[in-house]
Write a protein that binds this ligand. Structure first.
Ligand SMILES: [Zn+2]
Length: 405
């Protein structure tokens, strides 16, 4: 027994060191063994052993000698970005988008299927077909399967409690995938996945906390606390679209009145912009199918009416942001989704109002950004937890300089 325990402890230490060294190489991009030893505080012998093992596993490679310094420059190591892949699948209301995602969030082998049948079983069959095809195409070992879908999800067990648009209720999707493919699976909703994508692959910042508010037809937030998704006791954390911000306001599809979605969604902004466009003097007049890009352009060109629409949406969003910041004191707030083209016109409106709705010190320390996440973000975010789970890869930190002399 003692012997077994000792063996288990040794294996545990080895795994820990291996993950630590891999993560450090990943964070620094290119780094020498000597710098690794300094940063990880492992002995040079241990670092050499671990690196040898990582190279043998194909995860790390030597990429040549450092360019700076005098005399013998050290051999630099780098992670092989395509050495492991995640099968990622994004389910939306009208299509299934899949890809193999590499260790840096790069997409390989993208594939799309149009969702014609929204029955629960049919959607599941299409997801299986997508995963089968991607797994066959993978030329490197798979770390797991990451899925993003709208709906109420328990990310810990991978259970979809309710996803109306694809007909799922209490579907143990994570368990089904694990059983069918023998790989770990991670399930998250659309706002959560965008938050993970931003957290893992966004600009390095000094905090493990982030809230991403996705503003589209609906409004929802993904909350990352301490580097992990926070889902709440009933898995509804981040359902801010139905926070009431206007007493006796416009009716909402949830049955209540004055929800955030009824005054700040992209659909509301477009509806208000279309009303303005009826005026022949409006720069929006005569545009056939008005988009948020048109609204953003007119606002940037200084049209007062259009700016007022954007600023009003920003003020309402600021109520939600103020509540989030007051409860959690999260300093990194990202607004994304269909309103992203509005950029800092929207961001500034949120920041102005935030200062009036929370303690000045809290508002001052909060970074509110409006960011376009791009079409790959759902897949990248869906893959992110698998990179952490299997290999211990983490987001890039703002890092200290390495001294290789
Ligand atoms: Zn509502």
């Amino acid at each position: 027994m003692d012997h077994l325990l000792e063996k288990a402890t040794r294996q545990h230490t080895k795994d820990h060191n291996s993950r630590l060294v891999l993560r450090t190489i990943y964070e620094y991009g290119e780094i020498s063994r000597a710098a690794l030893a300094r940063l990880t505080q492992l002995t040079r012998t241990t670092v050499s052993d671990v690196v040898g093992d990582l190279i043998a596993r194909g995860l790390v490679e030597e990429v040549g000698h450092g360019a700076t310094g005098v005399g013998r420059t050290p051999m630099l190591l780098s992670v092989v970005d395509d050495s492991r892949l995640v099968v990622a699948v994004s389910v939306t209301n009208d299509e299934i988008h899949g890809a193999l995602v590499n260790l840096r969030g790069g997409l390989r082998q993208q594939a799309r299927m149009t969702l014609t049948d929204h029955g629960g079983a049919a959607v599941l069959a299409m997801i299986y077909a997508m995963i089968d095809a991607l797994a066959r195409a993978a030329e490197q070992p798979l770390l797991g399967i990451g899925i993003t879908t709208p709906g109420l999800i328990d990310p810990a067990t991978g259970t979809v409690l309710r996803a109306i648009n694809v007909g799922w209720e209490d579907l143990p999707l994570g368990a089904l995938l694990q059983e069918r493919y023998g790989l770990p699976a991670s399930i998250a909703n659309d706002s959560q996945t965008l938050a993970l994508a931003r957290y893992m692959f966004g600009e390095p910042v000094d905090t493990p906390n982030l809230v991403l508010i996705k503003v589209g037809q609906g409004i929802g937030a993904g909350i990352v606390l301490g580097g992990h998704l926070f889902a709440g006791d009933g898995y509804g954390a981040g359902e801010i679209g139905h926070m009431v911000v206007v007493d006796d306001g416009p009716p909402c599809k949830c049955g209540n009145r004055g929800c955030l979605e009824t005054v700040a969604s992209s659909a509301v902004i477009l509806r208000q912009a279309r009303a303005l466009a009826a005026d022949p003097a409006s720069p929006l007049h005569g545009i056939a199918a008005l988009t948020i890009d048109d609204v953003a352009r007119a606002a940037r060109d200084g049209d007062a009416g259009v700016r007022a629409i954007v600023e009003a949406a920003g003020r309402y969003l600021a109520i939600a942001v103020a509540n989030i910041v007051s409860v959690l004191n999260v300093r990194q707030i990202v607004i994304s989704g269909r309103v992203a083209p509005l950029g800092d016109l929207l961001g500034a409106a949120v920041r102005d109002e935030l200062g009036r709705r929370t303690l000045p010190a809290l508002a001052k320390g909060t970074l509110v950004e409006v960011v376009a996440m791009g079409p790959d973000a759902p897949l990248v975010g869906a893959a992110a937890p698998l990179l952490t789970y299997d290999l211990g890869l983490a987001r890039l930190q703002r890092r200290a300089d390495i001294d290789d002399a």
